[in-house]
Design a protein around this ligand. Structure first.
Ligand code: NAI
Length: 395
């Protein structure tokens, strides 16, 4: 079928298998161009099909020759209906890994459920024995709690006061003012239940109980801080409470891993265009200004560059550098004073008229469509593409 992008709100409901393959190949080529990494050998990536999780899987496999099991929640294709992009990304990743004799298998289902945890544990037992890294990179709007059965929904709201600021609809380029009403206590609790650290700890506890964690095992989850501009709606909002919880959970997990010399880290990553971040109000405007400034200063990175730096300059060093709160920081270039001062200055000037020149709205749009396999020069979108792509190692 001929596959074209179809957007609904901030998501794209179609995706292109050839374009997703292009995106994965670009990331693999980047990692290969950087040479071998003295990193992990047996890796579980939870949230492995897009964004930072996919980049972590690619970096592990093609940088460090690691066997990987990837867990994700993606829509398979049907005749005449495309799969979600994470499906095609995984198919392309596995195809390339298998070509090079690198073990890669995948599990598609709800990572919050006991069923998927058990299925993953069985696969690790059968194929890998003990693993030395778990990357926890889930971004989800909902979680059904495996014990209570309650379905929690996360929200992106300020706490205490209404938040009013500029935002952009990146499809039309229109800069508008939005106001977001403050959260209730329930919103906070629900967001912490979905995006906090409870599920991460459940995974590690279960894996440890089954003796599947190697000595000196590491686990890393991803967090975000960001600038003052977005603080009220992000870091000091409901999602920030969940990130506080996730960051505190790293200490609890580390305590539970003492006997095997294991350690849990949170890495604070840079703001990037992913399916999750496009859904957050205000962030697309911030990112389009940030990209402009970071590109001008030669500091721009995508998920793959970020994770490569995480592996080679932080996580697998003898002494992992952290901030005063014990967090790894690879948002250091985003947070540089000169970058943030320039972004704040541009923020004041940003209007529908000025944004195309002072911000990188085109870059934002291109990256957004790239997430779904569109807008790649190397792909011919006018020819038929087979939507019925299999993931070879899907369990
Ligand atoms: P993403 O939307 O690209 O990836 C999310 C992944 O989670 C996908 O593999 C998806 O299939 C999987 N997933 C979602 N619900 C699932 C479920 N119930 N069961 C199994 N898999 C499920 O997201 P992104 O942006 O890569 O985010 C990953 C982490 O990085 C999040 O914790 C996010 O807060 C954090 N982060 C993101 C930043 C950004 O700017 N995008 C910046 C810093 C941190």
């Amino acid at each position: 079928m001929i596959i074209e992008p179809k957007t609904r709100g901030f998501i794209c409901i179609t995706s292109h298998p050839k374009g997703c393959e292009r995106s994965v190949l670009n990331q693999i080529n980047y990692i290969k161009s950087k040479g071998k990494i003295d990193g992990p050998k047996k890796v579980l990536v939870i949230g492995a099909s897009t964004g930072f999780g996919l980049a972590s899987r690619i970096t592990s496999a093609f940088g460090s020759n690691a066997s990987t099991i990837g867990v994700f929640f993606e829509k398979p294709p049907l005749e005449g209906r495309t799969a979600s992009s994470g499906w095609y990304n995984t198919a392309a990743f596995e195809k390339e890994a298998h070509k090079e004799g690198i073990y890669a298998k995948s599990i598609n289902g709800d990572a919050f459920s006991d069923e998927i945890k058990e299925k993953t544990i069985e696969l690790i037992k059968e194929d890998l024995g003990q693993i030395d890294l778990v990357v926890y990179s889930l971004a989800s709007p909902v979680r059904t709690h495996p014990i209570t059965g309650i379905r929690h929904k996360s929200t992106l709201k300020p706490i205490g006061n209404t938040y009013t600021n500029k935002t952009v609809d990146f499809h039309t380029g229109k800069v508008n003012t939005i106001s977001i009403e403050p959260s209730t206590e329930d919103d906070i609790e629900n967001t912490v239940a979905v995006m906090g650290g409870e599920d991460w700890k459940m995974w590690i506890d279960k894996l440890k109980k089954e003796n599947l964690l190697a000595s000196n095992f590491k686990t890393v989850a991803y967090s975000y801080i960001g600038p003052q501009l977005t603080e009220a709606v992000y870091r000091k909002g409901t999602i920030g409470k969940a990130k506080d919880h996730l960051e505190n959970t790293a200490f609890t997990i580390t305590d539970s891993l003492k006997d095997i010399g294991g350690k849990a880290y949170v890495s604070v990553n840079k703001a990037l265009v992913t399916q999750s971040s496009s859904a957050i109000p205000v962030i697309p405007l911030y990112i389009s200004l940030l990209y402009k400034v970071m590109k001008e200063k030669g500091l721009q990175e995508g998920c793959i560059e970020q994770i490569h730096r995480l592996y080679t300059e932080r996580l697998f060093l003898e002494n992992t550098p952290t901030d005063s709160e014990g967090r790894i920081r690879i948002d250091d270039w985003e947070m540089r004073a000169d970058v943030q001062e320039k972004v704040s200055e541009l923020w004041e000037q940003a209007t529908t008229e000025t944004l195309p020149t002072i911000g990188d709205l085109e870059g934002y749009k291109t990256e957004f469509f790239n997430l779904f396999g569109f807008n790649y020069d190397e792909v011919d979108y006018d020819i038929d593409a087979d939507e019925m792509v299999n993931i070879p190692g899907l369990q």
